[in-house]
Ligand binder design. Structure first.
Ligand SMILES: [Zn+2]
Length: 233
């Protein structure tokens, strides 16, 4: 069984699974940057290739994602599902294959929301990935939706103040998406500050997640108790 956190310093792998390229940087670029800096293997899986997007041509989003990946320290895999036309079953299969390949210690995906609020593709992805992560007992975090936060109940916040420049630069790589309202720099910064305010912090930038599934190994508490003994001595 995968556990996190723990006192095993072997390289950890985080696997993100999102519907569209840019879904990963908006809610999680800062956290992924911090993870890659800490030595995590960061794998981003994108289900669609952007060929039906209103503002991009096929292939552009791949290049943009790879440029973003250089900044946040992530490696990308793309599937060519048709936007608004892929099934839960297809995503389950892709998720199972990716888990077999990368053996992730943590999976991050879209927060499930009723379809009337969330994007149809985000909803299908969230349901499928949650199904597999639960069956395989892998820790699972949901990231904040880009708009319409209804149904998202964050219970874990990451201080990304030290890597806010990287987050802005990674989002800036998606030039083909720049006209969208939720891609505007002020909107991104305001949401990051909103999460800080939720925590009662006057300053700083945060990303918010909802931990759906987390497991703490008993050895974690042993390590904690040992470290306390060291302090007392
Ligand atoms: Zn999306």
């Amino acid at each position: 069984m995968n556990t996190y956190p723990d006192n095993n310093f072997a390289q950890r792998t985080v696997l993100t699974i999102y519907s569209h390229a840019d879904d990963e940087v908006l809610p999680a670029a800062g956290t992924l940057t911090l993870m890659s800096k800490a030595g995590w293997n960061v794998r981003c899986l994108i289900l669609t290739d952007g060929s039906l997007s209103s503002s991009s041509v096929k292939g552009t989003r791949h290049q943009e994602a790879e440029a973003a990946g250089k900044i946040i320290g992530a490696t990308y895999d793309f599937y060519a599902f048709e936007e608004c036309n892929f099934s839960t079953q297809a995503v389950i299969k892709v998720t199972e294959e990716a888990i077999k390949l990368y053996q992730p210690d943590l999976i991050i995906t879209h927060a499930p929301q009723p379809e009337k609020y969330g994007h149809r593709d985000h909803e299908v992805c969230a349901i499928a990935v949650s199904n597999v992560a639960t069956r395989k007992n892998i820790p699972l975090w949901y990231s904040a939706p880009p708009v319409f936060l209804r149904g998202f109940e964050p219970n874990f916040f990451v201080d990304i103040t030290s890597v806010i420049e990287e987050k802005i630069a990674a989002i800036g790589c998606y030039e083909s998406e720049q006209s969208k309202a939720f891609m505007q720099l002020d909107a991104i910064l305001v949401l990051s500050r909103f999460w800080a305010r939720e925590l009662g912090q006057k300053d700083g930038y945060f990303e918010a997640f909802e931990i759906s599934r987390q497991c703490v190994d008993a050895s974690y508490f042993t390590a904690l108790s040992n470290s306390k003994k060291l302090v007392l001595n």
